[in-house]
Design a protein around this ligand. Structure first.
Ligand code: SF4
Length: 428
């Protein structure tokens, strides 16, 4: 379908950049993680800046009591004049006494807590002993130092893996926080193929957390889970390598890799996937009208860039000019790199000014980037898509394939509507 040269990008030379970066920090992940884990609370140990970031990222529509908050480090904490561990204990005790619905508490590190070297692992251990078995307390870092925003989920899930119970059972584990409706669709497809038992990490509640062992096989649903993957491999689990389930093709190949692992007969696979595949193809085709032959430039941000470039190039006919990603984990992205038609530039890391120069020189039809870059680029006449929307919107598997393509088509349609030529045509 694509006019780009085929051949895959696995062996393509990578432009590695280590300059200034424009990304959100890992605290952002709390927004979707707290929705997913319904008995968890995320207590950020940070500054007022961290509290503001969370509040603005979460929006103002909090109807119930929120399940995240910030224990603010005051100046006396930062100056070492107060015992931050004692104060944290007091905050946690107060929170858990007031909120008996909390079964999992995450102490989330931030730039300020890391700068003053506040040992949250020790605090979590102490608090766990104090509040077990009703509450399990773990810690992870959402700090913005040298990270990108999807690493928050990775750090959270990686923190859970060592405390998952052991199992000798052969089980399939899906790894990644998907919206419930999407997760249910995936589970229904796997169940229809007779694959069981299937567990998910993270589970919606503490009681549903999976066990793991040498006979666990796992499939990632998000490409940014490098540390979680490592932690699972250390527990003896084995990964099923596959492209990520974006679009009709990605979903089919992901499901097929899982189905092959569990010996699902080809005719059963076909009968289960035929109808949703056809729906996905049709939905993507409708959006591809707008996307075909349009050029595309990815700034590194969500770590979804490679699988999305694969989807947009192969299923929507777009022409990626540069695919930038914060980290190029070949063990995770290999199957997507194999399918991605050769792109002019595959880059890892960022030197934002140099990358902006490249984008300006090429003037792509669509630029996928972080919020901080989108407005200036829009002002320069470039259509943009906020990468962060891709983790807040259901985009995985068949039923969302059309919506996923639509996320990229919308800014192009809007720009076409706003362009003077179109306005003139409409007036005539
Ligand atoms: S963790 Fe760091 S980057 Fe994130 S909001 Fe707090 S201070 Fe800012």
């Amino acid at each position: 379908m694509s006019a780009l040269p085929a051949g895959g990008c696995r062996d393509l030379p990578v432009l590695r950049e280590r300059g200034q970066r424009e990304v959100f920090c890992g605290l952002t992940g709390i927004i979707w993680l707290h929705r997913k884990m319904q008995d968890a609370f995320f207590l950020v140990v940070g500054s007022r800046t961290c509290a503001h970031l969370l509040q603005s990222a979460a929006g103002v529509m909090i109807f119930a009591e929120p399940r995240f908050g910030t224990a603010i480090l005051e100046e006396k904490d930062l100056a070492g004049l107060a015992d931050a561990q004692t104060e944290l204990d007091r905050e946690v005790d107060r929170l858990l006494a007031r909120r008996p619905d909390i079964r999992q508490l995450f102490l989330v590190g931030s730039c300020p807590s890391e700068v003053i070297k506040l040992d949250l692992a020790k605090a979590a251990e102490r608090q766990s002993a104090r509040h077990a078995p009703h509450v399990r307390v773990l810690n992870f870092s959402g700090s913005g130092i040298e990270t990108t925003f999807t690493q928050g989920e990775d750090a959270c899930l990686a923190a859970m893996v060592p405390v998952l119970p052991q199992t000798p059972a052969r089980e399939l584990l899906l790894v990644g926080a998907l919206p419930d409706v999407v997760e249910d669709q995936a589970l229904a497809l796997l169940a229809a193929m007779g694959i069981a038992p299937v567990r998910v990490l993270p589970a919606r509640r503490l009681g549903g957390m999976p066990a793991v062992g040498a006979h666990t096989v796992f499939a990632l649903t998000q490409p940014f889970l490098a540390d979680t993957r490592e932690a699972l491999l250390r527990r003896g689990a084995r990964q099923i390598a596959a492209p990520f389930p974006f679009g009709e093709e990605g979903t089919t190949l992901w499901l097929r890799a899982v189905a092959d692992e569990f010996g699902v007969p080809a005719d059963l696979f076909e009968s289960v996937t035929a109808a949703p595949r056809a729906r996905a193809r049709k939905a993507v085709a409708a959006q591809a009208e707008t996307l075909r032959d349009r050029t595309l430039f990815f700034f590194p941000d969500s770590q979804l860039e490679v699988p999305l470039a694969r989807f947009l190039a192969r299923e929507c006919g777009m022409r990626p000019l540069e695919v930038g990603t914060p980290y190029l984990h070949r063990d995770i992205l290999g199957p997507d790199l194999d399918l991605l038609p050769q792109v002019p530039v595959l880059s890892e890391g960022q030197d934002v000014d140099r990358q902006l120069d490249r984008a300006r020189a090429q003037r792509p039809d669509l630029t996928v980037c972080g919020l901080g870059l989108a407005n200036p680029l829009e002002a320069e006449g470039l259509a943009t898509k906020w990468a962060i929307e891709l983790v807040f919107t259901p985009v995985h598997f068949y039923e969302q394939a059309g919506d996923l393509a639509g996320l990229f088509a919308r800014p192009l349609r809007r720009r076409a509507l706003l362009s003077p030529a179109t306005a003139l045509e409409a007036a005539e």
